[in-house]
Every structure is written in C-alpha cells, then in structure tokens.
Design a binder for this molecule. Structure first.
Ligand code: 9MR
Length: 561
C-alpha cells in the first residue's frame, strides 16, 4: 500500500455509490495478473481480483486492463494497487457521492451570469464586480430593420456568458436551456426541494427555475417584438482580452436575425411556457413566452433561409464580427425541435408538417447544431398524451432502443468501458458533452425500458467524465484528485484566485487540436491539455455544463428513495 502513486490506473475520482458497478482501468503493459484494494489510511487489504485484458482496437498500441471491484460495497476510502504499476488516486465509496459535484455544476451557471456582481455570500473567493450591463447594446448593420437602425440602443441584459468568452449566443443558449428545462421536467419532485445558494435561494421558486430565468430574461430581449425574428447573438466585434467582466468594456452589438436562432428560441420559449405555466406567480409570463414562441415560429416560416454565415456578413457589413459563429447550414433538426415543443403546447397539426411523422428517424446525439432529439425526447416524455402520434412514438422508442443496444455491445470493447470511446469520431470539439449527451440518451431510454443496464451505461460515461479516461483528469473544475487548473476561461484567468471557478466541465479530448497548443499526444482520446491556450480542449461552455448537470442530476434524483 506504500507503492508509488500512478496515473496509469484511471478511476472515477469523485467516487461510486456502494451498490454501483466499479471499474478501474490499468493502462500499462503489466506482468501482474491481479490487483488489490487497500483501505486508506489503515492500509488493510480488503479485496483481491484479477485483471482482465480489454480487447479494444481503437488504440492498438495501448495495452489496457480492467479491474472490476464492484464487490466492494463498504463505504470508505481506498487505493487500488497493481504490483509493478503502482497505487491509484483515492477511490471513494459512499451514498450521496455525487451530491457536491451536482451542486457545483448547477452553480456553474450562476458563475457564468452576466450583468451582475457576484457577492462573496454566494461566490466565496470568486466574488466579482458587475460587468456587461448590456443595457446599451447597438444594432449591428447586419441587424438593421424597418424600426431598428444603427442608432437604436437596446437593452438585453442578464443571461449567461456562453463560455470562456463574454458573448451571449442564442444557439448555444438554446440547447443549454432545453437541457436544463428537461432536467426539471423529468425530475420536478427532486428539484423543487433543491437549493445551492444563489441570490434567489430564499424566494419561493426552486433554484433551478431561478437560474433558468436569469437566462430566459435575456433571451426574451433578443426577439424583435415587431416581427418576431431573433438576433443570432449579442457580442463584441472581437473577443475581449483575458480581463475580468468589469474591465471588458468594448461596444456590444446584436447581430443579424437568423432562422436557427429564431427556431431555437421558439423551442426554448415553448418549453419554458409548458414547464412553468402552473408555477405560482409565473402564469402570466408563461403566456407571454408561448406568444413569443409562436411569433418566432411565424418569422421562421417567412424567413426559412436566414443561415448565419459570418464570412458573408463580414463581406457586406461593418464592423467585421469575429466572435463565435455557431453557424449551421442544416436546419431540419431546428424545425423538428421547435415543432415538437409547440405541438405539445397547442396540439396544432400545422406543426406536424415539420416533423417527419412517417419516416423512421435515425438517432443522433444532440449538440448545438443538432437538436432534433431534444424535440423527440419531449414527445417521449409526454407519450401518454399523444394518442394520434403513437406510430411515431413507437418508432422513436425502437430507434432509441436499437442505439442503446449497440452502445451496450460496443462499450465492452472500449478502453475505458464506457460508451464514449467506441468511435473516434465522437471526439469533436467539446467531446465531453458528447459523452454527457450519450448518458442522457440512455436515461431517456431507461425511462420507458427499465433495463438497469442502460442506467449502468450512462453511469459508465459519468465514470469517464470524472476521471476514468486516457488523460488522468476529472474533467469538472474543482473536483477529483487531478482536475483542470488552467481552463480557457477569462473569469478564472483574470481573477486573483489560484483555483479556477468550480463546477465547470471542460471541453475534453479533441484530436482536431485547432488551437495549435502543445498537446501531450495526437491519439484521439488523449488529445487534451490543461493549458489556458487550449480553447479547443480546455474551454468551458454552458452547452457542455448543461448535459453534465442533466446526467448528474438524473443519477442523483433517481438515487433518492
Ligand atoms: O462549441 C463550438 C464547437 O462545436 C465548434 O467546433 C467551435 C468552432 O466553431 O466553436 C465552439 O464554440 C465556441 C464559440 O464559437 C465561441 N465561444 C466558445 C465556444 C467553445 O469553444
């Protein structure tokens, strides 16, 4: 038990529930045939087991062994030891083991709030002065309309910063909001009780709704009330430097209305209206959100081809805008998402025209540019109320089940015994959100097909995200024995605090390495570097935190008696 600490044994660094499946992965050519588990700090040996070679072929040059210690159920602190390899980081086994990280990931949204000071009562050592009031926002030349000229000054305050930068984009806000609204819609009982010390914690609303409202308040203001169109983003012309919010004072614009933003907005407003229409005090606002959703839908039907193309806009308008584009040329999925949410609220058959009800939909993991299944999850959630759509519901279920079955087969032959890892193509910019969204898909499947293997597979991806991966990192800031210290995050970089803002999921391995930083490896699942420079592997975003919040929130809520 006094063996050398090694990163070659990778584990979920946050820990496991006593009754959960527990696996450590040994990434080493080893002569040892077994592993041992020692209690800490006593050094008492509590378990012995065999190492099983993992037959993975994604990374042929890597030898990988599996140490399954599921049998160990006694709460406590342990180390895994492999002779000749070393001792692992501490392994935690206890009830409630994800409670703190769930709180932190939800609170991550509070730390991303624009237009407000963060007081030490809530923010601790990460307290900060207010920046980006966004009550004087200019209309960019690309967004001029009959009633709004370049001289018009708008207010579009509040909202969350999208990422390591300070801009606010409707598209990635869309999927983030859809994911958090779904978390509440799926587990209202749990989240009605849940608080994590935000400024509104004393009011009557659950904290999750207060946090969602902070961003919804901003989104509302991004719609032109005269025609229903929604601006693609609120941004500076260039990214700001690595300064704190109060020192980031460049002129802010609303830029170009776009069909994608308008449809994402319609979906979010419709879901918000449905989720909050019976919440005391919010009834009137819910009606307004439904109206805003319908006005957005109408604009989109009249302007179906307003694709956001930043290059083209820069050729035609001044000043050039060089911040995040979130450009997407294929809007079929945005139509589906908005149509599903609006149909659920209205039963108006007109929306069904945009949902391919007779075709068998293929499955694709949601991302900011691929939102069809956010809509389909909503239909599945309300399946009982959709009598006339039963054929579609049946085919959505069978598609999701076929996907889940494939994943269960494939995960046995991945290095980290998780669904993430089966396909190098999953390792995109923000791959950690792919892993979290695979987990969400498995949970949606588990809702109607109670096979515990699906929940176990979702939790295997949670293990991956919390440390059982090729990099040795627990990917949530502030958690695990080794977690990112230098995320590409202006707030964390510019403050005087050594530790980054906690509760933020970094993007994760990305062999694209578009930032040109110095990576330790080119292998797809090792392409991660904990350096400020690495915006392609070590940035944080709200649309990556949201699926992490969902995955953790679902696991924790389902653990409750
Ligand atoms: O998350 C986005 C990723 O899917 C794209 O490949 C990438 C390049 O276009 O942009 C990412 O989004 C960034 C956004 O454009 C600006 N803020 C930071 C986002 C995360 O890096």
């Amino acid at each position: 038990s006094f063996a050398q600490l090694t990163e070659a044994i990778s584990i979920n660094q946050v820990g496991h529930y006593p009754s959960s499946k527990k696996v450590a992965i040994v990434m080493a050519a080893t002569e040892s045939e077994g592993f041992k588990v020692f209690a800490s700090p006593s050094g008492e040996e509590v378990l012995e087991g065999s190492l099983v070679k993992v037959a993975q072929d994604q990374v042929p040059q890597r030898e990988v062994w599996k140490a399954d210690f599921t049998r160990l159920q006694q709460p406590g602190l342990y180390h895994i030891l492999v002779e000749g390899v070393g001792r692992s980081y501490p392994v935690v086994i206890r009830e409630g083991v994800y409670d703190e990280v769930l709180d932190a990931v939800l609170k991550g949204f509070y730390f991303q709030r624009a237009s407000t000071a963060l007081k030490s009562d809530q923010a601790g050592k990460w307290a900060r002065a207010a920046g980006h009031k966004d009550d004087e926002v200019y209309v960019h030349a690309s967004a001029v309309s009959d009633t709004r000229t370049e001289e018009t000054v708008l207010s579009a305050s509040k909202g969350w910063y999208d990422a390591g930068d300070y801009n606010k984009y409707i598209v990635n806000s869309g999927i983030s909001m859809g994911t958090l609204l779904s978390l509440y819609e799926d587990f209202p009982g749990y989240f009605d009780q849940k608080k994590w010390n935000i400024p509104e914690s004393q009011n009557t609303l659950p904290d999750i709704l207060d946090e969602i409202l902070w961003n919804l308040d901003w989104m509302e203001q991004m719609q032109d009330p005269l025609d229903g169109g929604v601006y693609h983003k609120l941004t500076t012309a260039e990214f700001e430097g690595m300064v704190t919010p109060v020192n980031a004072t460049a002129k802010r614009y609303v830029v170009s209305k776009s069909t994608a933003a308008t449809l994402d907005f319609a979906a979010v407003m419709a879901q918000a209206a449905r989720v909050m229409k019976n919440v005391e005090g919010l009834e009137g606002r819910a009606d307004k959100w439904q109206d805003q959703a319908e006005a957005a839908w109408k604009w989109a039907t009249e302007h179906p081809d307003h694709i956001y193309d930043q290059q083209k806009l820069n050729d035609n308008y001044d000043p050039d805008i060089n911040t995040g584009a979130y450009g997407d040329g294929n809007l079929q999925d945005e139509w589906i998402w908005a149509a599903c949410e609006l149909y659920l609220n209205t039963s108006d058959a007109a929306y069904l025209e945009k949902i391919p009800v007779d075709a068998v939909p293929s499955f694709s993991v949601p991302s900011w540019s691929n939102v069809a299944w956010l809509g389909y999850y909503s239909l599945l959630r309300k399946a009982d109320e959709l009598e006339t759509l039963q054929p579609l519901i049946a085919s959505l279920r069978s598609t999701l089940k076929a996907t889940g079955e494939d994943w269960l087969d494939q995960m046995n032959t991945t290095s980290f015994q998780s669904v993430m890892g089966k396909d190098p193509k999953d390792f995109v910019w923000g791959s950690n959100a792919v892993a979290a969204n695979q987990g969400i898909a498995l949970i949606q499947l588990y809702f109607f097909d109670k096979d515990p293997a699906y929940l176990e597979a979702a939790m295997a991806n949670l293990d991956y995200l919390l440390g059982r991966n090729a990099t040795g990192y627990c990917f949530v800031t502030g958690f695990g024995a080794k977690s990112p210290m230098y995320p590409h995050h202006r707030i964390s970089e510019a403050d005087d605090v050594k530790e980054p803002v906690p509760g933020l999921l970094v993007g994760g391995p990305n062999p694209g390495q578009q930032d040109g930083c110095d990576y330790p490896s080119t292998v797809f699942d090792e392409s991660y570097v904990d350096h400020l420079c690495s915006y392609a592997s070590n940035e944080i975003t709200i649309n990556w935190n949201a699926p992490m919040a969902y995955l953790l929130g679902a696991v924790v809520a389902m653990e409750q008696p």
